[in-house]
Design a protein around this ligand. Structure first.
Ligand code: PMP
Length: 427
């Protein structure tokens, strides 16, 4: 750490140079290309430590999963104990039944669960079920939302709402599988349903969190539910970020709207790689009869089920959500106050457990076109300043809260944000 408190990361830079020889771009996920190439040695609670001995307060949380903070002792111990008896049997084990029962019990509305490894693949399972159930191919999805990196979900969005391939090699034809639709606009959804007779599903992040943090307007999710029923299409909530984060029952519980299928990932296992598709029996049983295929070598491994049982058990017992919400609110206020002090036109909005900070020109953001109009390069520069001052945040403006964030982190964050904003304002 340099004398002024700004991080220097010489060892990270060395490792990054070395990494480029054997890892494309020096990374294993293209999402990480945009971030400063830091190498972390360990995480503990809400803090991260890099290879140069710098400490950071973590508001990225592994892109959301680490809802209990880093290396929560009970979770680590429970998973370690479970895997000491083996990992994969190519058959069933008792914990997968308990894990499914637990998820069904917590969520309340679904009858059945299929575990997977990543959100990307469980989304595909949901779409396939919807196609099988309706005999139709296409799905309505929303501008700016993310449902994984495969050809039929990945897109870059332009300001007119067009979906474009996100890179070379992606098959553009698959983009025709979805009907791009602006978020928070029920009339647009109705119009799509009335003009297309080949819609199998509506898939939505119930809170838009891959572009900004945009809650559904009052009645919006209820409206989607009603339209799905009216037109006989499957309503899929992609709760990969919101599930077990915005409340134990995710956004479905928070807004009191029941989807037909929902996809979970990230926080469901508090950092271990697990996803789940949950849904109504008549849909999910299509896997059980073999009518619809869904497979995976690593599905419901001993590690995965132990992690789900432990993480959800801890979340049930400790119920950290009210505290996280309060922390998130305080953090939002602190950022607003620091922005005012340093005369930065920052806009803060969204649910406290996953909110968004942007240079929006003072506007409230309500869909992806509003997001695209923000000054993203300026926020990315601010995020680098925050990181230099020991606040680990995403360049795209989302701030995640964990149960491990406490008063000490809030106080340290206040001081670091103040210095980072001062540096940005002076640069
Ligand atoms: N859906 C949503 C809403 C997501 O945020 C993500 C990941 N950020 C995914 C799906 C894909 O999940 P994964 O990265 O585990 O494949």
């Amino acid at each position: 750490t340099a004398a002024d408190g700004v991080r220097v990361s010489a060892t990270s830079a060395d490792l990054d140079a070395r990494a480029h020889r054997t890892l494309p771009g020096g990374v294993n996920s293209n999402v990480r290309l945009a971030a400063p190439k830091l190498y972390f040695e360990r995480g503990e609670g809400a803090r991260l430590y890099d290879v140069d001995g710098n400490e950071y307060i973590d508001y990225l949380l592994g892109q959301g999963p680490n809802i209990l903070g880093h290396a929560p002792a009970k979770l680590q111990a429970d998973v370690a104990a479970a895997v000491s008896s083996g990992m994969l049997f190519g058959a069933q084990h008792e914990a997968e039944v308990r894990a499914a029962e637990r998820v069904v019990e917590i969520l309340g509305w679904p009858d059945m669960v299929r575990f997977g490894v990543s959100g990307t693949e469980s989304v595909q399972a949901a779409l396939r079920l919807a196609r099988a159930a309706t005999g139709k191919r296409r799905f309505i999805r929303f501008e700016g939302q993310y449902h994984g990196w495969l050809d039929n979900t990945l897109a870059n969005w332009d300001a007119e709402g067009n979906a474009l391939v996100a890179g070379a090699g992606q098959i553009a034809d698959y983009l025709r599988d979805f009907v791009p639709t602006p978020w928070n606009d029920l009339a647009a959804v109705r119009e799509r349903l009335e003009t297309h007779d080949d819609i199998a599903a509506i898939i939505t992040e119930p809170i838009m969190l891959n572009a900004g943090s945009i809650p559904p307007e009052d009645g919006y999710l209820q409206g989607l539910r009603a339209l799905a029923d009216e037109f006989g299409v499957v309503l899929i909530f992609d709760e990969v970020i919101t599930g077990f984060r915005v409340g134990l029952g995710g956004a479905a519980e928070r807004y009191g709207v029941t989807p037909d299928l929902a996809v979970y990932g990230k926080a469901i296992a508090a950092g271990w790689p697990v996803s789940a598709l949950a849904g109504r029996r008549d849909l999910m049983e299509r896997f059980g009869t073999g009518e619809v295929n869904h497979s995976g070598t690593f599905n419901a491994s001993v590690m995965a089920t132990a992690a789900v049982l432990s993480a959800t058990g801890i979340l049930q017992e400790t119920s950290p959500y009210a505290r996280m919400e309060e922390y998130g609110r305080s953090l939002q206020e602190l950022i607003r106050a620091a922005a005012a002090k340093h005369d930065l036109p920052l806009h803060v909005q969204g649910v406290p457990m996953a909110f968004h900070v942007s240079f929006s020109g003072g506007r409230t953001l309500k869909d992806n076109r509003d997001i695209l109009a923000c000054d993203a390069p300026r926020y990315a520069a601010l995020s680098r300043e925050l990181i230099r001052h020991g606040v680990w945040v995403a360049a795209r403006g989302v701030w995640y809260i964990s149960a491990a964030h406490s008063d000490a982190e809030l106080a340290d964050t206040e001081e670091r944000v103040d210095r980072a904003f001062a540096a940005h304002a002076g640069s």
